[in-house]
Design a protein around this ligand. Structure first.
Ligand code: NAD
Ligand code: UDP
Ligand code: UDP
Length: 350
C-alpha cells in the first residue's frame, strides 16, 4: 500500500482505524460540531445508523433543529446548543469539526458581525476543538474547503496546489479562515502534543442536497428555489464560470472513509463533473421548469473563474469516489425544497 508522503498518522486501533465501514465494532462516541447544519445532519444520520453515540454541538447560526429532530428521544443522541468559540469539555473518540458560518448571504446580512464570527469560529473554534482532541486523545477531522485554492491558476486543483487567494478581499474571511484552520490542525499534528496525531483534513468542493438552506445565496439552492417559485434564475456575471457539484451522500461517505482511514490528507472531496453556471441553469430548467427565465446579474468580487477537484488521491488512498451525478441528485434536493417551500401536500408533485 502506498503511503501519504510525510503526513501519515500511526493507526489507532482503539477507534477501529482498520475496520471497514459497516462491520460490527465497538460503539464510538462521536461529536459533530455544526451537526444541525446541512452536511452535518446527513453525517449524523449515517453515524446513528451505524450505531454510534452522537453528540451534536451547534449554535444554530445557520443550522436548524428540524435537521436532527428525528433523533430526539434516541438515547444514543444528544444535542448541545454551544458556540465552539467557547471551550468545551467532553469525552469522545472522534470529533468531526464542521461548525462554520458557511453561507455567503450572511456576509450581506450583517457583514461585520458575520465576518468576525467567521474568524472566531475558524480560528478560536478550531483551536478549542483541537485542544479538546489533544486532552482526550480523540481523532479530529476538519472540514476545510476548495476555497483554500482561491481563484485557482491550476486546473483541476490537486492537494499539492497552494492556491491563489486574495488575503484582503471580500471573501477572504472564508478562504483565509479555513486556511488558518488547516494550519492549526497541522501544527497540532506535528507539535509536541503526540496525543493529537490523529488529525484528518477534507477539502470539500461545492455540495448540494436536501436540507440545504433555502435562502443562503448559494447557486444550487438559489436556482432551485427560484425555479420552484416561478422566479427568474439569477446568473451572476456571464455565467461561464465553472463549479463541480457533489451530492451530499457522496460527501458523507468520503468524510467517514477519511475519518476511519489512516491518512491525514488533505483530501479533495468533490465531484469532478464540471458545469458552467449557465449549464447548471439549463439542468435546473430541464428538471423543474423548461420555461424558467434566466436573468443576468453583476458578479461578486473575486469570484473564482473555475473549480474542479482532482480526486485521484481520495480514489487511491481512501478508495472513494462520488457516485451520484448532478441529474440524479438534483431531483432528490428538489422534492425536499418543494416540501419546505410549499408544505407537505406538495410532496406528491414530483
Ligand atoms: P451549514 O451552514 O449548513 O452548517 C454549518 C453549521 O455550523 C450550522 O449548523 C451552524 O449553525 C453551525 N455553526 C456555525 N458557527 C458555529 C459556532 N461558532 N459554534 C457552533 N456551531 C456553529 O453549512 P454546511 O454546508 O453544512 O457546511 C458544513 C461544513 O462544510 C462547513 O465547515 C463548511 O465550511 C464546509 N464546506 C461546505 C461546503 C458546501 O458546499 N456545503 C463546501 C466547502 C466546505
Ligand atoms: N480546550 C477545550 N476543551 C478541552 C481542552 C481544551 O475547549 O477539553 C480549549 C482550551 O480552552 C484552549 C484550547 O482548547 O483554549 C487549546 O487548548 P490547548 O491545551 O492546546 O492549549 P492551552 O490551553 O495550553 O493554551
Ligand atoms: N452564482 C450565480 N447565481 C446565484 C448565486 C451564485 O450565478 O444566484 C454563481 C456565483 O457567482 C459563483 C457560482 O455561482 O460563480 C457558485 O457560487 P456559490 O456561492 O454557490 O459557491 P462558491 O462561489 O462558494 O463556489
Amino acid at each position: 500500500e502506498r503511503r501519504w508522503p510525510g503526513y501519515d498518522a500511526p493507526a489507532m486501533s482503539s477507534v477501529g482505524g482498520k475496520v471497514p465501514l459497516g462491520l460490527r465494532r465497538k460503539r464510538l462516541r462521536v461529536v459533530v460540531t455544526g451537526g444541525a447544519g446541512f452536511v452535518g445532519s446527513h453525517l449524523v444520520d449515517r453515524l446513528m445508523e451505524r450505531g454510534d453515540s452522537v453528540i451534536v454541538v451547534d449554535n444554530f447560526f445557520t443550522g436548524r433543529k428540524e435537521n436532527v429532530m428525528h433523533h430526539f428521544g434516541n438515547p444514543n443522541f444528544e444535542l448541545i446548543r454551544h458556540d465552539v468559540v467557547e471551550p468545551l469539555l467532553l469525552e469522545v473518540d472522534q470529533i468531526y469539526h464542521l461548525a462554520c458560518p458557511a453561507s455567503p448571504v450572511h456576509y450581506k446580512f450583517n457583514p461585520v458581525k458575520t465576518i468576525i464570527s467567521f474568524h472566531k469560529t475558524n480560528v478560536v473554534g478550531t483551536l478549542n476543538m483541537l485542544g479538546l482532541a489533544k486532552r482526550i486523545g480523540a481523532r479530529f477531522l476538519l472540514t476545510s474547503t476548495s476555497e483554500v485554492y482561491g481563484d485557482p491558476l491550476q486546473h483541476p486543483q490537486s492537494e499539492t496546489y497552494w492556491g491563489n487567494v486574495n488575503p484582503i478581499g471580500v471573501r477572504s474571511c472564508y478562504d483565509e479562515g479555513k486556511r488558518t484552520a488547516e494550519t492549526l490542525t497541522m501544527d497540532y499534528h506535528r507539535g509536541a502534543q503526540v496525543e493529537v496525531r490523529q488529525v484528518r483534513i477534507a477539502r470539500i468542493f461545492n455540495t448540494y442536497g436536501p436540507r440545504m438552506c433555502i435562502d443562503d445565496g448559494r447557486v444550487v439552492s438559489n436556482f432551485v428555489a427560484q425555479a420552484l417559485r416561478k422566479e427568474a434564475l439569477t446568473v451572476y456575471g456571464d455565467g461561464k464560470q465553472t463549479r463541480s457539484f457533489q451530492f451530499v451522500s457522496d460527501l458523507v461517505e468520503g468524510l467517514m472513509k477519511l475519518m476511519e482511514g489512516e491518512h491525514v490528507g488533505p483530501f479533495n472531496l468533490g465531484n469532478p463533473g464540471e458545469f458552467t453556471m449557465l449549464e447548471l441553469a439549463q439542468v435546473v430548467q430541464e428538471t423543474i421548469d423548461p420555461n424558467a427565465r434566466i436573468e443576468f446579474r453583476p458578479n461578486t468580487e473575486d469570484d473564482p473563474h473555475k473549480r474542479k477537484p482532482d480526486i485521484s488521491r481520495a480514489k487511491e488512498f481512501l478508495g472513494w469516489e462520488p457516485k451520484v451525478a448532478l441529474r440524479k441528485g438534483l431531483p432528490l434536493m428538489i422534492s425536499d425544497f418543494r416540501k419546505r417551500i410549499f408544505g407537505d401536500h406538495a410532496a406528491g408533485a414530483d
